[in-house]
Design a protein around this ligand. Sequence first.
Ligand code: FMN
Length: 181
Amino acid sequence: MSNILVVTGSVRPNSVNSKVVSLVVRLLEQRNLIVAVADLGELQLPFYDDPLPPSHPEFVPTNAGVRRWTAMVADADAVVLVTPEYNHTMSPVQLNAIDWIYKGWAGKLVALIGYGWRSGAAQAHATAREALAANLKAEVLDTQANLFFAKDLAPDGSMLDEAAVLAKVNASLDKIVAHLG
Ligand SMILES: Cc1cc2nc3c(=O)[nH]c(=O)nc-3n(C[C@H](O)[C@H](O)[C@H](O)COP(=O)(O)O)c2cc1C
């Protein structure tokens, strides 16, 4: 059975993220996948502060949260990023988490689920794609979920159009299953 890691994207106390993460976890579990959640609020990764870049052959993370996060990504057959859009880019807490890993991203299957106003996090996904696919050589799925506030979701994260939300998220998750065989 495949292991899927769902990565949170916000550490705000009243975040929409936890509602979307719960939905993604539920839909993955319905597919009989083994699901783990990387809660970036709980992991408390420092802002990237290692003297060496992560691509350096002698780079070995010492921070406990970074070591745990690195192991979680290594153990996953696929990673699902659930991200809000902040200032037309992905959430900085998630980008910082991506930065802490170099080799571990190469060839990793990644799905992008995002939410926002005008673009439904399309610009957040573009940043994630540039970092993960173009630079770190992850296999980022073409199918991405863009959930729009005021159409798909209310600003508090509850569903306005449940059928549309399920269709978008399921389309991404189905691609993961298809890729994992
Ligand atoms: C710092 C910041 C910047 C934001 N910038 C954008 C943006 O560029 N585009 C957008 O659609 N929403 C933007 N928003 C609104 C967020 O999409 C909305 O607040 C969402 O609930 C944030 O996700 P969260 O609740 O999981 O933290 C921004 C919110 C914050 C806090």
